[in-house]
Design a protein around this ligand. Structure first.
Ligand SMILES: *Cc1c(COP(=O)(O)O)cnc(C)c1O
Length: 961
């Protein structure tokens, strides 16, 4: 045993994160026939790109010491009650949801639901979300979440341009929209050559031709209007009406759909998800049925499985970037699944009556607050409001704001000597009295008497919502707990098995890293508090940024983008602004390899760039000759290139420096997609290799869990010359480009990545990279005789992932990657990435967190499947009726009369599957075509719950209300 050479066994924090034990590492190296881990890295990573110095973060911390440090940092955030509003509100996450979803790895470690058979639980929760949005907005279809309200508004504008008959290039934005929304909308419009006109729609919407408009209620200062007449005018000119609306207000107010709106957007934050210094929260977008094919993002639909039973899956995927690339409806990939699940459960938990009670109480308290101030002579507006008022304060603005802070309350400064106040679910009598004191009204006392409402009479909602039984289950917590448990049990997440998805880095999300995000000092902070109240966040963001700079070789980091795709968009905007600043604004060609992730071309398109596709050679490397000739051909207009390193083919290309040089020589900038940083940390730095800018997916390499398809964080790093072109935010630092509603994106999940760095230290992070590469090479070695490994580096090694080629098998037997993926479900695994970056292949990324035992279980499963395929090849098994084509197998299969040409035992308990802890998929193979042909995107009516074997699914108990 030479364990000591590969690992320091006393590094306990690291030891928990890294799967293989020192002894296992040695065994695996023996299989690979290399003496040490270092030797493996020497063989794998070209010496020309290796970094010169080690990462040094000082000593790594134990879990307890890391948590102590996090606690000390959290204490530097001074948590006041924020009545700032402006899109962020106090809310209470019901404890049942906090413990059973937010803090439950069965929910937060799941992957995006692309394999529907193992995702029925979260798909049902997302269908509930869509149903809730459709009901509240009065529209016909809703997607399963967007990143935040501001990007949802930008998506609404882009969607309006796609569907409007009007030919204008101008979009009108209500000045009552949130300032951050206006900033993000402007950012999105500018590169596409669209004009944004901001004004009072009742005065300024005039005669200029526009393709659409965005209105908001309640507006930033509390106004609530019926936009029906404006919407009718828009429609008369072939323009599209989008309305931003607060979902809590919609329980009391006439919804956008009833005003005739074509699109509704908004934030679901106040449905149970704390403000988190800006995020993450789910945004929603809803539209008319006629426009569903133009919706951005993921859409859950109802379909049937192989038995004809109901099953959920993602619908109309051909709209999305992973298929449509630069012609996609948006670049959105990671969205906000966990947060959408939480919002939907908040609605399930409270039901329509509970929600209405919360909204009514919020409104009553806003009225009480206003009446108190009015009784002392203050002028309050608007006359009608839901939760937000502004108060005229003359020269006393500064004084009252300060008084408020001294009373533990943040209010909002409003231009024209006014102060804004927004009441929320958590507002209590003592808070209202504290506000009164800030205004000098010391003698006012809160009274429980119900004041007369101040909702505009013509805006009162009369229509029903949330009528589906799922929102009417028995209010007992036992019922709710079991519902959440049942849904979780239908899904296969990292808490049960390895998820070997290539390019997705489904690694351990350690509990110690997760704990701090529940702490109020991180969770409950409003993003626009005065900076001196958020020193803890400042320290955390600065230190994490410094660490990420050290890891990547970039000179500065922006935490604003809240997904990798948003990072791409933001980074390309920086490149664009850089060229412009040098009088080269005409540079708009972006070279992108054919193998690039779909978000790359989709993001380039959003920046108004022309995508030129570069070929790959037979080894999967970028075809240098093709790259050079295209760079030269477009030299005069070259904006840059987007590359992924190590490549999406899972190899360290020797030529990466050359690609960067060619790009620079021809006047372009290099964007490096950082999705594969897990193969680089501590070993090579994008900034040294020649990249100018790139994103870092913190939800891949840096341990933020995938949440079933979000949240994420995609901060970008830049070299110094691009620092002036990093995103800015209207609440902080002015008017560059703004890509997220909040200045630091989804700030409240940053403690996860920071904890990871503290726990691992520089050595641990580097060891993680080495072991990630070891694990991938181990799998490649064990599988190579059964399945050809598609691409290897010059030394015959792969990077942190490997691609196995299934095309010869498909040609010989008709067995496809899909069949193997579904058969892996029987074995208790999530499938690897299918048919990307090469059709007909599977891409496997084990990450460093998987133990040798789990890797072996996966390899055994894959080898077992290979033997099943061999039986078909050799004519011993039917080509259509076999365990692969019939996979996955359910309990319904097991108990039926058995007439298949393979034994029951083999069907349900193949190699790799557990006996006692067997994962049983709740549905058989899901029919995608049927689902798209018979599109249904809201909860099915109850009558339909009584079909065939559906008893299993419909146990989703809907008790008596
Ligand atoms: C995951 C990924 C992205 C996009 O990241 P999101 O956070 O999902 O937007 C981009 N490129 C590659 C190669 C990826 O694997």
């Amino acid at each position: 045993m030479t364990a000591g050479k590969n690992y320091d066994p006393y590094d306990f924090a690291n030891r928990r994160h890294i799967g293989p034990s020192p002894a296992e590492i040695t065994e695996m190296l023996d299989v690979l026939d290399v003496p040490t881990l270092h030797a493996l890295i020497d063989e794998t990573v070209p010496s020309a790109i290796r970094q010169a110095t080690r990462i040094d973060f000082g000593v790594s911390l134990s879990e307890r010491r890391a948590l102590d440090k996090l606690r000390a940092t959290a204490k530097k955030n001074h948590l006041l009650t924020s009545l700032i509003g402006q899109g962020y509100h106090g809310t209470t996450m019901p404890p049942a949801i906090q413990r059973n979803i937010f803090e439950n790895p069965a929910w937060y470690t799941a992957y995006s639901p692309y394999q529907p058979e193992i995702s029925q639980g979260r798909l049902e929760a997302l269908l509930n979300f869509q149903t809730m949005v459709v009901d509240l907005t009065g529209l016909e279809v809703a997607n399963a979440s967007l990143l935040d309200e501001a990007t949802a508004a930008a998506e609404a504008m882009a969607m309006a341009r796609r569907v409007a008959k009007a030919t204008s290039n101008t979009f009108f934005v209500d000045s009552a929209c949130l300032p951050q929304t206006i900033a993000v909308v402007r950012t999105r419009a500018e590169p596409l050559g669209w004009n944004v006109v901001v004004g009072d729609p009742f005065k300024d919407m005039g005669d200029t031709p526009i393709f659409g408009a965005l209105f908001q209620y309640p507006g930033v200062n509390g106004d609530c209007h019926d936009f029906t007449p404006l919407i009718n005018r828009l429609h008369a000119h072939g323009a599209i009406a989008a309305v931003a609306a607060d979902p809590l207000a919609l329980t009391l107010l006439k919804p956008p759909g009833e005003m005739g709106a074509d699109i509704a957007i908004g934030s679901m934050q106040r449905f149970g998800m704390p403000m988190g210094y800006g995020g993450p929260h789910a945004a929603y977008i809803a539209t008319r049925d006629a426009y569903k094919r133009s919706l951005p993002g993921r859409l859950v639909g109802v379909s049937v499985d192989a038995r004809g039973n109901r099953a959920y899956r993602l619908a109309l995927q051909t709209r999305e970037q992973h298929i449509r690339r630069e012609k996609a409806t948006s670049n959105i990939c990671t969205s906000q699944v966990l947060l959408a699940v939480i919002a939907s459960m908040y609605a399930v938990f409270h039901g329509p009556r509970g929600l209405k009670a919360i909204a009514s109480r919020v409104h009553r308290d806003a009225v009480r607050l206003a009446e108190g101030l009015e009784s002392r002579g203050f002028k309050v507006s608007p006359a009608f409001f839901f939760d937000t008022i502004t108060v005229e304060v003359g020269p006393y603005q500064g004084l009252i704001m300060k008084n408020a802070v001294d009373n533990g309350i943040n209010l909002r400064k409003v231009a024209g000597n006014r102060i804004g106040i927004t009441v929320d679910e958590r507002t209590r009598p003592d808070i209202i009295e504290a506000v009164w004191r800030a205004f000098g009204c010391y003698d006012l006392q809160y009274s429980e008497d119900w004041p007369a409402p101040r909702l505009s009479p013509d805006l009162i909602r009369t229509s029903e919502y949330l009528t589906h039984p799922v929102f009417h289950m028995n209010r007992a917590e036992s019922e709710m707990t079991r519902y959440m448990r049942r849904l979780a049990d239908r899904d296969l997440a990292l808490d049960r098995a390895m998820i070997p998805l290539g390019s997705c880095t489904m690694k351990l999300n350690a509990t110690a890293e997760m704990l701090p995000i529940s702490w109020p000092e991180f969770a409950e902070m409003h993003p626009f508090v005065p900076p001196e109240q958020a020193e803890g966040y400042r320290e955390l963001i600065d230190d994490l940024s410094a660490k990420l700079c050290q890891i990547t070789g970039y000179d500065a980091i922006s935490m604003q983008p809240n997904s990798g795709a948003q990072g791409e968009f933001s980074g390309l905007l920086a490149i664009r602004a850089f060229h412009k600043s040098r009088g080269e604004g005409h540079r708009n060609v972006c070279l992108i390899p054919a193998s690039a992730h779909g978000t790359n071309p989709a993001s380039a398109q959003m920046c108004g760039m022309t995508v030129v596709v570069v070929a790959s050679d037979r080894e999967g490397n970028i075809d240098i000759a093709d790259f050079r000739s295209k760079a030269q051909l477009h030299a005069a207009k070259l904006a840059g290139c987007m590359i992924t390193y190590p490549s999406t083919h899972g190899v360290f290309e020797e030529s990466v420096r050359e690609i960067c040089d060619i790009t620079h020589y021809n006047g372009g900038q290099v964007y490096l997609d950082g999705a594969n940083l897990n193969a680089l940390v501590g070993i090579a730095r994008p900034g040294d290799v020649g990249a100018d800018v790139g994103h870092i997916n913190l939800h891949k390499t840096f341990c933020i869990p995938h949440g079933g398809g979000g949240p994420g964080m995609g901060p970008i790093g830049v070299k110094s010359h691009l620092i002036p072109f990093l995103p800015t935010h209207p609440e902080i630092d002015g008017n560059g480009h703004t890509v997220s509603a909040a200045p630091y994106g989804s700030a409240s999940i940053l403690p996860i990545s920071w904890s990871y760095c503290l726990l691992m230290g520089g050595r641990g992070l580097t060891q993680a990279t080495r072991v990630a590469i070891l694990n991938a090479n181990y799998i490649a070695k064990r599988l190579e005789n059964a399945y050809p490994i598609l691409y290897k580096g010059v030394s015959g090694r792969v990077a942190h992932e490997c691609i196995i080629d299934v095309r010869p098998i498909t040609d010989a037997t008709g067995i496809t990657v899909d069949d193997i993926a579904k058969r892996l479900i029987d074995c208790g695994f999530h499938a690897p990435t299918m048919s990307w970056p090469v059709a007909g292949t599977l891409m496997i990324e084990p990450t460093e967190s998987e133990t040798k035992a789990e890797l072996d279980r996966f390899c055994d499963a894959m080898l077992g499947i290979r033997e099943e395929i061999r039986a078909i090849e050799e004519g011993r098994m039917d080509r259509l009726n076999n365990a692969l084509k019939n996979a996955p197998h359910t309990v319904a299969d097991l108990i039926e009369k058995w007439s298949r040409p393979y034994p029951r035992q083999a069907a349900c308990f193949p190699a790799g599957s557990f006996r006692v802890d067997k994962y049983w998929p709740p549905v058989n193979r899901v029919d995608n075509v049927y689902g798209d042909r018979n599109l249904a995107c809201t909860c099915p009516p109850v009558e339909s719950y009584v079909t065939k074997d559906e008893a299993l699914l419909t146990e989703t108990a809907i008790g008596s209300p």
